[in-house]
Design a protein around this ligand. Sequence first.
Ligand SMILES: *Cc1c(COP(=O)(O)O)cnc(C)c1O
Length: 394
Amino acid sequence: MSSPDITNAERKAIAAVLKTSDLSMGDEIEKFEAAFREFSGMRHALGVNSGTAGLHLCVRAAGIEPGDLVLTTPFSFVASTNVLLYESAIPIFVDVEPESGNINIDDLIFAVDDLFAGEKIKKKWFPRMGADTDKPLKAILAVDVFGQPVDFDPIRIIARDRGIRIIEDSCEALGAEYKGRLAGTLGDFGVYGFYPNKQMTTGEGGVIITNDQDAAAFMKALRNQGRFQGDTWLQHTYLGYNYRLDEMSAALGRIQLARLQEMQNKRAQVAAWYNQRLEKISEIETQNIQNTTSKPSWFVYVIKFPPDMNRDAIVKALAEEGIPARPYFAPIHLQPYMINKFGYQQGDYPVTEDLGRRGLALPFSSVMREEQVDFVCEKISGIIEEKRFLEFLD
Ligand SMILES: *Cc1c(COP(=O)(O)O)cnc(C)c1O
């Protein structure tokens, strides 16, 4: 589905770390974090060992506690909801906009107002079960899906008026811009993820950016087994985690960040090749760039089929041709553990479910060549023309 984009510069940087005896907590993490402060213009950057770990630390730093309500999206990778469940908070889902797949801003504003209104009005946003709480709305966790930032200006206004925090999951939007401002810098906390399919990689890893000095010091302690500034190795002010990023990963990440623009340009080129070919096929809807996105950052290449065409049969037909393709995303509220816990049903978030049924991620990376894009597009077009996907219908 994707390939990392690694050059000799990355190999050399990792090899240099391996010649030292500092494989963790050395200079590389410092340099990596300095590079992210410079890149983002934010005062604090904290390297962590996954995007999920980064989001979890933000949840702790935002003061989210058991029973607290957090507004978020069901159309995302599961990690953005799971980090709330780790703290026994209650995710309150708001459906998404059909074009971008990002949280629906009008609905989100309604939800915030309702959650601050009386008990009865509040409950209409609650899941059927598992949300027995009278705790308040603490935060909004918004996700910039597919490399496009959420429309954050209205969210910032309402969050400020209501005194709630904003966590921006920018794990899919590194380098994207919203009205000229960098994705990840639009809330109180931003997180980027560096799994090998992302715009840049550290193998496993992530980074948190924030301007909040106290929160940064707290998250730094939690990342390092709860050791606060001044604690010795066996003193632990807080219940912490081992969420540290090792030196090899940090060295890799620093070189990758320096190459980000180059890799993003290559991804944009691959997306343009796909667009040229697929826009000619009337059945296929290609990714739409919102007018608030002043700079997209291509993460995945997702197309949509019409509701009457069986997407899963197309996946099987493509697999027969040796082409991997994946539904993206599967709605979070319909995952087995979410149904068990909150009693969600089909139909609860119709736009999310519709995108989940019709969307398909095609092979995509910055190292993909034009012939490869040609090959994928020819096969898709053949499968549709000859209605070969009908063979795979059950
Ligand atoms: C990739 C991703 C993450 C983080 O994933 P990790 O594998 O933990 O680095 C979080 N949220 C979204 C939306 C993602 O796509």
